[in-house]
Design a protein around this ligand. Structure first.
Ligand SMILES: Cc1cc2nc3c(=O)[nH]c(=O)nc-3n(C[C@H](O)[C@H](O)[C@H](O)COP(=O)(O)OP(=O)(O)OC[C@H]3O[C@@H](n4cnc5c(N)ncnc54)[C@H](O)[C@@H]3O)c2cc1C
Length: 392
């Protein structure tokens, strides 16, 4: 078995799109980027990555948000080029939270629903990799079902004052703005009456507390206490947040990022197995071949979702399948890796007894999060069962 370092070929890419991939890949292989990634990997736990030179390097020529219009810092390209950037970043091991939150989510909402002023104020800085924008949807009492959210926007003159708590958000301690969902009105239907706001995070009414997680990066617990927002801070229409969250969040759910990270991990396991002579064991080699085949399927499924987006024909049920399938592959890959080096591979590189400087142990701690972030595995199955198979 050969160690694969590049993704499976994607059918249907034009010559220009192939050239774009080569261009992004060579930038991510440049000394500037590889040195930064090596420096990040050597940092002690708790020192998490935020704005990277790597983002700025991609952003300088519009490659961080290639599908955005040129006037907002993009290249005016499409969903395929965006997916290429996401995939290449995952394969190169670039930490992607800031990109996912700022470009794929907040930027996408602003592009779709923002006012011209909101777009001008935020999109160019996000596309340049110069600003951290975060997402404040989940609350202590609700995550998967956001219809139960309790953060309130109380009327105040021509605007509102926000009160509430948000949890499990990433990077809020470093962010400048957040896309925040709050309840603007009550009614018999819980989904109605939710509005999306752009919340300035560095304001006196916002308190951000880091919350340790199993992985190296912290979550944020954000207390919002009377921050005043005006009509200019609303994203989309008042009381229309539920529809926007449902329509737009699924566009981000192609499975491309999860597949890329899983592929990188499997490559690492195969490489270590080869070094340890485990590929001579036919039973173990077949197990790795099966994992390789599963990632081939995840890759094909994820790219089908990208092509759907490119045709402006997203398929929410198939997207749920793709996210579920790709994110479920981490556990069996990590279990196979554990068998190669045994429990030694689970020692932190900072443990005095550790023989390896790899970040395998950090990947192991991160694995459960893939089943939760961007919609949990159970919720993906629920969507497939109800919306796809008509059960219930
Ligand atoms: C790494 C990571 C990053 C995150 N980043 C952010 C962020 O930046 N901003 C943000 O707002 N949130 C973020 N989240 C939060 C994430 O969106 C929520 O954790 C997720 O939506 C689940 O919500 P919950 O934790 O409240 O669990 P719950 O919704 O309470 O679910 C608890 C359990 O019940 C299951 N469940 C729920 N509903 C159903 C159903 N209908 N059928 C079957 N089972 C069900 C779930 O699968 C889960 O196992 C992040 C989470 C992770 C892990």
């Amino acid at each position: 078995m050969t160690v694969r370092t590049v993704p499976e070929p994607v059918p249907g890419l034009s010559a220009d799109q192939q050239a774009f991939r080569e261009d992004v890949r060579s930038l991510l292989a440049s000394t500037e980027v590889t040195e930064e990634l090596a420096e990040l990997a050597a940092r002690p736990p708790g020192e998490e990555p935020v704005l990277l030179e790597t983002y700025r390097a991609l952003g300088r020529e519009g490659r961080l948000a290639p599908s955005w219009p040129v006037e907002y810092g993009g290249l005016g390209l499409g969903a395929v080029e965006s997916a290429i950037v996401t995939e290449e970043m995952a394969l190169a091991g670039v930490p992607d939270d800031v990109h996912v939150l700022g470009v794929d989510i907040v930027g996408m909402f602003l592009l779709a629903e923002g006012t011209p002023e909101q777009k001008r104020a935020h999109l160019p800085a996000l596309a340049a990799g110069e600003r951290v924008a975060t997402v404040l949807f989940t609350e202590p009492g609700c995550g998967s079902d956001l219809s139960g959210l309790a953060t309130r926007a109380e009327p105040d003159g021509d605007g509102w004052r926000l009160y509430g708590s948000k949890v499990y958000n990433m990077k809020s301690q470093y962010g400048e703005i957040a896309l925040c969902a709050a309840r603007t009105s009550d009614g018999p239907v819980a989904m109605h009456g939710i509005t999306l706001f752009l919340l300035p995070l560095r304001s006196p009414g916002v308190h951000v507390e880091p919350v340790p997680s199993m992985a190296d990066e912290c979550f944020g617990l954000v207390a919002i206490d009377g921050v005043r927002l005006g009509p200019q801070d609303v994203v989309g229409r008042v009381d229309d947040g539920w529809r926007l969250m449902n329509e737009l969040l699924q566009l981000e759910r192609t499975g491309i990022d999860f597949h890329g990270k899983a592929r990188r991990l499997l490559d690492l396991v195969v490489e270590r197995a080869a070094r340890a002579g485990r590929l001579d064991d036919p039973v173990f080699a077949v197990r790795l071949a099966e994992l390789d085949a599963r990632l081939g399927a995840a890759h094909a499924l994820a790219w089908e979702m990208v092509h759907n987006l490119d045709r402006e024909a997203p398929d929410p049920v198939a997207s749920a399948m793709s996210k579920w399938y790709a994110s479920e592959q981490f556990r069996p890959i990590l279990d196979a890796g554990l068998e190669v080096d045994g429990v030694d591979s689970l020692l932190s590189r900072w443990d005095g007894e550790a023989r390896s400087t790899s970040r395998y142990e950090a990947d192991y701690r991160m694995a459960p999060a893939h089943r939760l972030a961007s919609g949990t595995s159970e919720v993906m199955l629920y969507l497939i069962a109800t919306n796809g198979l008509g059960m219930l």
